[in-house]
Structures are given as C-alpha cells and as structure tokens.
Design a protein around this ligand. Structure first.
Ligand SMILES: NC(=O)c1ccc[n+]([C@@H]2O[C@H](COP(=O)([O-])OP(=O)(O)OC[C@H]3O[C@@H](n4cnc5c(N)ncnc54)[C@H](O)[C@@H]3O)[C@@H](O)[C@H]2O)c1
Ligand SMILES: [Zn+2]
Ligand SMILES: [Zn+2]
Length: 452
C-alpha cells in the first residue's frame, strides 16, 4: 500500500514535470510565434571637460531630477501619473492609423510611465497595419521611441523619475536564459510583442473599456505609455530625443545585422539589399567594421545617394549589375556577406542574397516577409557544398542595454551619421502621411516629434 502510494506520488511528480516541461516548450514556441508576425489569437563620457559636465548633469541626482517632466503637455507632476493619452491606434488591418484618446492605467510595481518625445516610423509597424504581420488588435503603434520617465512603480530600480530613456523593442529582463548568455535581443520577455500586453499579461491602454495593446510591449505612437522597466534604457539627458529614438530599433538593428550577425571583418565584400532606416545602418556598421567592397542595392536612387554618404563604395538600382560587379571585384569569389534589409522580404531577394555570396558566405535576413509567404525556396546542395549560412537576426543580435548608449556615443564622436537619416519630422496626426512617404521612397527615416 505504502509502495503504491509512493508510486502514485512519483507518477504525479513525473506528470507534473512533464507538464512543466510542456508549458515551457509551449511558452518558448509561442515566444517565437508572438514576435511580430505572430499569432493574433495568442493570449493576452568622455575625457574632455564638456564630456565630464555632461556626465555630471546626467547622473548627479538621478532619481530626483524632474527636468523634462515638469514641462509635459499635460503637466503631469513628476512621480505622478496621467490617466489619458492621445495615440495612433490600429483598429483593423488594412485601414489607416486612427488618432484617438485612450485611458491609461498608472504603472504597476515594475513599470514606468513615459512621456514620449519622439517616435521613429519603422517599416515593421507598417507590416502590422497592412496585415503582413498579424497582431492582436486594437494596438497602439510604434516601437522606436525616446522620452522621459515621469512616474515609476514602487519596485522599479533600472530608471528613476526624470531619466531620459530610449525604448527597447525587445525587453531585457536580465535573468532569462538568453539575457544571461549575452543574447538579450532574444529575451524571453519579448513574448508578447504582437499581443501588446505588459509582461503580467494585462493592458495599460484602454478605449471605451476595451483593452488596447502597445506594439512590442511599447506603443510609442502615444504621448504617454506605461511600459515595463525591462523595456527602457537610460541615456544621457543632453542627447536629442529624435536622434535617440532611432536607436530604439532601426540603427541598432541595421548596425548589428552587419557587426554582430554577419560579423563583417576588415577587407570583406558586403552587399546590403534595401536602404531604408535599417539598411542604411547596416551600411554604416559594415563600413565601421572595415568592409572593403560595400555595395548598396535599392530601386530608389535617393536611398543610394544616402548610402554613398555613409560609406557605400558602389550602389546599384539593378541587382543583376550588383552581381556582376561583385563577381568582378572579388575575382570571382563572391561577396562575404549579403545583408537583406528590404521593406518586404521576398523569395527573389533571398535568392539573390544566396547567389551573390561566395564560399563560406553569410546571408543575413533582417527584413520581414508577408505572413505565410515562402521566402527560402532554393535547393540546398550549393548551400551545403559551399558552406553558405542563411540566418535571421532580431534587433541586430544586439544587447540593447549595452548597444543603445554605445551607438549614441559613436554618434557623438562622429563615427555614426544619424542626423542625416531623419528625412522629415511629423506630428502624431501625420502618422499615415509619414508612412505613405516611407512607402513612396521619400524617407530614409521619418520621425514623429511630440509637442512640448
Ligand atoms: N529583424 C529585425 O529585428 C527588424 C527590425 C526592424 C525592422 N525590420 C524589418 O526590416 C525591413 C526594413 O525596415 P525599414 O524600416 O528599413 O524599411 P524601409 O521601408 O524604410 O526601407 C526598405 C528599403 O527597401 C527597399 N527595397 C524594397 N524592395 C527592394 C528590393 N527588391 N531590393 C532592394 N531594395 C528594396 C526600399 O526601396 C526601401 O528603401 C522591414 O521588413 C522591417 O519590418 C526587422
Ligand atoms: Zn523597427
Ligand atoms: Zn531576458
């Protein structure tokens, strides 16, 4: 009898262990699926005197400064909260962004209320709007943003009221398997990117009583947002907000696609397909890493002019001409790296990437395809025989808490061109016009700037 009881207890332990393992596997799988393009139904300074002054200003009295906060549009007192915000919300895929007033809950224990100052218009939001990437709706758009912390929950330690921050479109919890192994762009807390709820699976934005998500657990197309402390990176308070916002996605993703994912080395031949807000920074990263031949391909001549300004050695509107050029200058060896940052990934672009790299080459797929469309469809014999590597990268395989401030310091030192990337600034109400300009090839990056 005792043996039977022990046996049953043992069996229950085994069943529990299996269930836990199953839950974990399900969580990991839905993590992958719930990132952009996931399942809509898934649940809820420097050495000089100036630099030293900047440092003092930035860190002295951290946690007590209310600079920036007191000048807010809604006069939200530092450390207090606001209950309404204006935001661009997507109610239905295929329709434009709607500018609406939302109710906003106060931050919970590990959350912060941010007054947004600038938000970049990345193509990934357009994927959601167009229905290319499925997401739970309604959703406040925007995952590239910068702003000021105006209130914090009781247990927040990463930032304090008055801190200037850049939003990280993947949260960085610091404790999951991926954060612990230096791969925080894969943080498990990115799970709800396409659902838009906070890590506790509840929502802070509401419209007429209905829960509204924030894209990538953010929602930067809003005057205010309540986000997890895991989703913010503190920056110096003298950095321009519009420049800083870009580093929340496009700059870091592009730079990292070249430097981290592709691991471009001195003397390499690199081809970047698609010179938008992401691709232009892949060009900058590859240049800084020492690429000898740095080819940019884009159908829009204006984008190629920009690519040349930031370091491309040759540019082509016609990818066949780029192929011939690379074959010639590498003496038939092919490129070392193809970085694919086109707006909508297609099988044709992936095929061209595979073809343009030589033996041992890497094809890094950063751009996002339409949901469900097959984009890797080649026979794999040459990939095996010539040891080519096809890989994806999210957030440029970066570590946001480290890379966001570092890339801003490279901007300060003049090694990274960011001012030049902002083609036009928009008001929140002009978000649809901003995206149309992106689609029409007019912008390298458009940025929403919030009024003071
Ligand atoms: N993996 C990630 O972490 C990550 C992060 C941000 C954005 N993205 C994705 O990266 C892609 C680029 O984003 P963006 O904001 O730079 O977009 P964008 O629209 O600003 O730029 C895309 C560029 O691609 C060019 N293009 C289109 N078709 C092309 C083709 N066949 N060959 C060459 N160029 C072509 C366009 O002219 C444009 O200049 C999008 O799919 C976006 O969703 C991925
Ligand atoms: Zn983005
Ligand atoms: Zn983590």
């Amino acid at each position: 009898m005792k043996g039977a009881l022990l046996g049953r207890a043992r069996n229950e332990r085994i069943v529990t262990a299996h269930r836990l393992r199953y839950d974990r596997v399900t969580a990991v799988q839905s993590h992958a699926a719930c990132r952009l393009g996931g399942d809509r139904d898934a649940g809820p300074p420097a050495q000089n005197a100036r630099g030293k002054r900047m440092l003092e200003r930035s860190f002295a009295g951290a946690g007590t400064s209310t600079e920036g906060a007191s000048a807010s549009r809604r006069e939200a007192p530092a450390g207090e909260t606001v209950s309404r915000t204006r935001a661009a919300v997507l109610h239905e895929a295929g329709k434009p962004w709607d500018i609406v007033e939302l109710d906003l809950d106060p931050p919970k224990e590990t959350e912060v209320l941010v007054e947004l100052k600038a938000a970049g218009l990345c193509h990934s939001d357009e994927h959601v709007r167009a229905g290319d990437s499925r997401a739970r709706l309604p959703m406040v758009g925007g995952h590239e943003g910068s702003g000021v912390v105006v209130a914090t929950g009781a247990k927040v330690t990463r930032v304090a009221v008055g801190d200037h921050i850049v939003c990280s479109f993947i949260p960085v919890c610091g404790t999951c398997r991926y954060c612990q192994t230096g791969r925080s762009s894969l943080c498990d807390r990115g799970l709800f990117a396409g659902v838009g709820c906070l890590p506790d699976q509840t929502f802070r934005f509401h419209e007429n009583g209905e829960d509204v998500g924030g894209l990538c657990v953010l929602g930067t197309f809003s005057e205010y947002a309540v986000v997890s402390e895991w989703s913010v990176t503190k920056i110096h308070d003298w950095l321009p907000f519009d420049i800083a916002a870009l580093v929340g996605c496009g700059v870091t993703t592009g730079w990292g696609s070249a430097v981290y994912a592709s691991q471009v080395r001195a003397g390499d031949a690199v081809v970047v397909f698609g010179i938008g807000g992401v691709g232009i920074n892949a060009v900058q990263g590859a240049r800084f890493a020492g690429a000898k031949h740095l080819v940019a391909v884009d159908p829009v001549p204006f984008k190629l002019e920009m690519a040349e300004k930031v370091g491309a050695t040759r540019t082509f509107t016609d990818p066949d001409e780029a192929q011939d050029y690379i074959t010639e200058v590498t003496w038939g060896q092919g490129a070392d790296h193809a970085i694919l940052t086109v707006g909508v990934m297609t099988a044709d672009v992936v095929d061209r990437g595979i073809k343009i790299v030589g033996k041992g080459g890497t094809i890094t797929i950063t751009g996002i395809p339409k949901q469900g469309e097959m984009t890797i469809v080649q026979n794999s014999a040459a990939i095996t025989g010539w040891q080519k590597r096809i890989q994806g990268t999210i957030f440029g395989s970066s570590n946001p808490l480290y890379d966001i401030p570092r890339l801003l310091s490279l901007w300060e030192s003049g090694d990274l061109m960011l001012n030049e990337l902002i083609t036009r600034r928009y008001k929140l109400e002009e978000v649809n016009e901003g995206y149309q300009d992106m689609l029409d090839g007019k912008n390298v990056r458009g940025v929403i700037v919030y009024d003071d």
